[in-house]
Ligand binder design. Structure first.
Ligand code: AMP
Ligand code: ZN
Length: 464
């Protein structure tokens, strides 16, 4: 039974789908005014691991991801320029050209990272009518009101506001730095529909004149259209908990009068050198930046798989180097099993597959699953274990089937593979807080004449 941590209840819960054997999932997608950085991509790797785990567990997936190509303003307070409009002005292209270009690059990145495309990709600009209808219904029900610059959601009418973030309205205000619009009934009321100035490029006819949708209504309208309400799972990054997802809940519940999503699941942030990623610091790396420096996209995927999705992950090039080296050693081990004869012992492979399944079913414990893979790969080479590794790879997505004979220089690495395997196993033991096992493994490593030194982002190993 799959258990998953639900942000709404702050607990791991059994996953019980609404429709038997099916999992309906909505994932907040990119705003396509710029390239996705490695932090964004970490969130989509998390989405992919979740989707693959559901599939592995036999669920038929209906996944929806939006492409936000309009309406995401620079500020959470519904002020500032539309991100698409700004990129369009700066790059002297139409917003549609901007969206098409960055959407394309985004999907190329996903492909490189072995991130499966959700079944339905929904562009916001293809669903304007659904959004207008949604807003109209909220207005009719008394949850939406019109002021000079748009239609706003009346938070005062929705007492459940804040239940996802567990923040009071005052706290949310302080966090979001919302500029107060004097016509709003409450400072936290958010735009459902904005009226467009004549120079605004993307605008549509609506009952309230020419305008464009608010960002939050996009996800509500498109999830309602494709998944119905309630649906099973909604994913996104943790930054979406306080404003974006809180607002989606308010809209959905105001419209339908009931709970709209059973499991809210959020991926933690990626940091760079323990700080925020930001353009001004020049640390918003893209996949192509990593490639230019000699890494493969899957080195980055392996790097991400080593940390549980609910933990912050600090990106450093040292950390990525370690991941790249470990991944290539892993592939070398997989290759040994791939080219080995069958041992006739299927029980051993079955035991590891069972352990693996338990790990991923425990709130997607992929770091532990990787540790199990390492332990399995250090067994005596046997074809059955290669077959089992391919089973794991349905979730891990590391192209283990493509493992090739290791290159000369990779065979001459100074730390023996059995020692590295012990180190990986110890790392997994630490990840699952099994300190006794971690200590026992340290002793085993010492017996082999090596010393493991824990680092903030993993470990290094050297001759004792
Ligand atoms: P955006 O295009 O800004 O809406 O972001 C796309 C996705 O990336 C969202 O799900 C965000 O929550 C997520 N995200 C943004 N920054 C980071 C980060 N530093 N680490 C992980 N995920 C992030
Ligand atoms: Zn969204």
């Amino acid at each position: 039974m799959l258990r998953i941590y639900n942000t709404l209840t702050r607990q791991k819960e059994d996953f019980v789908p609404i429709h038997e054997g099916k999992a309906y999932m909505y994932s907040c997608g990119p705003t396509v005014y710029n390239y996705a950085h490695i932090g964004n991509l970490r969130t989509y790797i998390f989405m992919d691991l979740f989707r693959r785990t559901l599939k592995y567990d036999g669920y038929k997936l209906k996944g929806v991801m939006n492409i936000t190509d309009v309406g995401h303003l620079l500020s959470d307070g519904d002020t500032g320029e539309d991100k698409m409009q700004k990129a369009s002005r700066e790059q002297k292209k139409t917003p549609w050209e901007i969206a098409a270009y960055y959407t394309d690059v985004f999907f190329t990145d996903l492909k490189k990272l072995n991130i499966g495309k959700p079944e339905i990709i929904a562009k916001a600009t293809d669903h304007i009518q659904e959004m207008i209808d949604y807003v109209q219904k909220l207005v009719d029900k008394g949850y939406g009101y019109e002021i000079d610059d748009g239609i706003y959601f009346d938070i005062g009418k929705f007492p459940g506001y804040g239940k996802l973030s567990r923040l009071s309205l005052e706290d949310q205000q302080a966090g979001a730095r919302v500029e107060v619009n004097s016509q709003k009934r409450h400072p936290a009321d958010f735009a459902l529909w904005k009226k467009a100035e004549p120079e605004h490029i993307m605008q549509w006819q609506s009952p309230w004149g020419m305008g464009y949708p608010g960002w939050h209504i996009e996800c509500s309208a498109m999830s309602l259209k494709y998944l119905g309400m309630p649906f099973d799972i909604h994913t996104g990054g943790v930054d979406h908990i306080p404003v974006h997802h809180e607002n989606e809940i308010a809209q959905n519940e105001a419209l339908t009068g009931k709970k709209s999503v059973n499991y809210w699941v959020h991926g933690e942030f990626m940091l760079v050198n323990n700080g925020k990623m930001s353009k001004s610091l020049g640390n918003t790396y893209r996949i192509s930046d990593l490639e230019e420096r000699g890494y493969n996209a899957l080195d980055f995927r392996y790097f991400c798989l080593n940390t549980h999705y609910r933990k912050k992950l600090n990106f450093t090039f040292e950390g990525l180097d370690a991941a790249k080296a470990a991944y290539s050693r892993l592939l070398a081990l997989v290759y040994k099993h791939k080219t080995a004869p069958a041992s006739g012992d299927t029980a051993l492979a079955d035991k590891y597959v069972e352990q693996f399944k338990q790990a991923i079913d425990d709130d997607l414990n992929v770091p532990l699953a990787l540790g199990i893979l390492w332990t399995m790969m250090k067994e005596k080479p046997a074809k059955e274990l290669f077959t089992a590794a391919l089973e794991f790879d349905k979730v891990l997505g590391l192209d283990l089937d493509k493992a090739q004979a290791p290159k000369e220089e990779e065979q001459n690495i100074d730390v023996p593979q059995d020692v590295l395997a012990l180190c990986e196993e110890r790392k997994a033991a630490k990840a699952s807080r099994d300190w006794a096992k971690a200590d026992a493994l340290r002793a085993q490593i010492a017996e082999k004449g090596y010393k493991v030194i824990d680092k903030k982002d993993g470990y290094t190993v050297e001759k004792a």
